[in-house]
Design a protein around this ligand. Structure first.
Ligand SMILES: CCNC(=O)c1c(-c2ccccc2)csc1NC(=O)CNCCc1c[nH]c2ccccc12
Length: 325
C-alpha cells in the first residue's frame, strides 16, 4: 500500500498537523520524526486538560493492553502519560489494522493550550518508544512491511499545506537530485553528519552530528555556528528575556547554507526571521538558536520546510535523502 496526507501549518509554522483516523475518529496529529510514541488526547484525559481537543474514545473499537503504560517528556519540559490500546489507524489511506494507540490520562500545559493539536504520531525509531512493560512500534514500523517501498517522505512548506507520503517518492515534489547520507540509529533518531555552514559567503564552521526532526520548530545549531551567523545581523542579541537570539524585525537576515553529502542546501533568511519576539513587533525571534545542553544539532521545521526529505528504510542500513523543494 501507499498514501499521502496533508501537513497543515499552525500559526508561524510552529508545528504541522495531519488528519488521522484513529479507531474511526479523525484527530489532527503532529507527525514527529524526533520521537516514537503515537499518543492522543482521549476520553480518559481529564476534561480540564482536554477542552477544545478532539479525543480518541477507546471504547468504540480499541482493545485495551492491560497493564501497559507510557510516559514521555521532551527537552522543552513538556510531556504526557497514559495507557495503551490497540486500534485501527489510517494515515492518507495507509492502514495499520492493529496499531498501539497511547491514550493520554495526563498532558502538560503546553499541549493543553495548543487546542489544534490532538496528539503526536512518532516517526523516529521504535527503540525509543516509551511503552512499558513491552515497547511498541511506530505507525511507520507497523505498516513498513506492507508499503510499496519501505520509506516515507516529508515535504513541509512555509505558510501552506505540505505532505507526508508513505511508500513512494513523488518526483514532482523536489528539484535537482536527491542526495543520500547514512543514518546512525543508536540514539533512536534520524541522525546524520552535516557539514560546513555559510552565510554571505562566509564560513560559520561545521554543523556536525544532526537529527532531522519534524517535531521541533526551530534549528538548534552549535553555539559557534549560531554566534557566527548572528554576527552578520546588526542589532542581534542573545536575550535571556526572550529566551534566545533576537534582532530588529526589519534587519537584513542572510540565507543560511549547509553542506549535506557534499551538496549545499539553502534555508532562506525569511524563514530565519521567525516570529515577533514581543508585542511591539519591533524585535523578532530567530529561527536559528544554539543547541546548548542538547548535545547535537536539531534540524527542525525551519530547515525542513526548505527541503524535500526521504526517510528511507528500504535497506538494512537506514538513510536520509535530501533535495531542494
Ligand atoms: C523542543 C522539542 N524538541 C526536543 O525537546 C528535543 C530535544 C531536546 C533535548 C534537550 C533540550 C532541548 C531539546 C532533543 S531531540 C528533540 N526532539 C523532540 O523531542 C521531538 N518531539 C517534540 C515534541 C514536542 C515537544 N513540545 C512540543 C510542543 C508542541 C508540539 C510538539 C512538541
Amino acid at each position: 500500500q501507499s498514501g499521502s496526507v496533508a501537513a497543515n501549518p499552525e500559526q508561524y509554522d510552529e508545528s504541522y498537523l495531519c488528519p488521522v483516523q484513529v479507531g474511526g475518529q479523525t484527530l489532527n496529529l503532529d507527525f514527529d520524526t524526533g520521537s516514537a510514541d503515537l499518543w492522543v488526547f482521549s476520553t480518559l484525559t481529564p476534561a480540564s486538560e482536554s477542552t477544545g481537543h478532539a479525543k480518541y474514545n477507546p471504547k468504540t473499537s480499541g482493545k485495551a493492553k492491560s497493564g501497559y503504560t507510557w510516559n514521555i517528556s521532551y527537552g522543552d519540559n513538556s510531556g504526557a502519560s497514559g495507557t495503551v490500546y490497540a486500534d485501527k489507524v489510517v494515515v492518507g489511506g495507509v492502514t495499520a489494522t492493529s496499531q498501539a494507540v497511547e491514550a493520554a490520562t495526563s498532558v502538560s500545559t503546553q499541549f493543553m493550550q495548543d487546542t489544534d493539536n490532538d496528539g503526536l504520531l512518532g516517526l523516529a525509531f521504535s527503540t525509543i518508544n516509551t511503552v512499558q512493560p513491552q515497547q511498541q512500534t511506530t505507525f511507520f514500523d507497523t505498516v513498513k512491511g506492507t508499503l510499496a517501498k519501505k520509506l516515507f517522505t516529508v515535504d513541509l512548506k512555509a505558510g501552506t499545506a505540505g505532505t507526508y507520503d508513505f511508500g513512494y517518492i513523488d518526483n514532482s515534489k523536489y528539484s535537482g537530485t536527491i542526495t543520500y547520507v547514512p543514518v546512525k540509529t543508536t540514539n533512536g533518531f534520524w541522525e546524520f553528519t552535516a557539514g560546513a555552514a555559510t552565510a554571505n559567503n562566509r564560513s560559520l564552521g561545521s554543523v556536525g552530528d544532526a537529527i532531522a526532526d519534524t517535531g521541533t520548530t526551530l534549528m538548534y545549531l552549535p553555539t559557534a555556528v549560531t554566534s557566527a551567523y548572528y554576527a552578520q545581523i546588526s542589532g542581534s542579541t542573545n536575550s535571556a528575556d526572550a529566551g534566545g537570539y533576537i534582532f530588529p524585525c526589519d534587519a537584513d537576515v542572510p540565507d543560511f547554507h549547509i553542506a549535506i553529502g557534499g551538496k549545499s542546501f539553502t534555508v532562506p533568511g525569511e524563514y530565519i526571521n521567525f516570529t515577533p519576539a514581543d508585542n511591539s513587533g519591533e524585535q523578532c525571534f530567530g529561527g536559528i538558536q544554539p543547541n546548548t545542553g542538547i548535545g547535537f544539532t536539531i534540524l527542525g521545521d525551519v530547515f525542513l520546510k526548505a527541503m524535500f526529505v526521504v526517510f528511507d528504510q528500504t535497506t538494512s542500513a537506514p538513510r536520509l535523502g535530501f533535495a531542494a523543494q
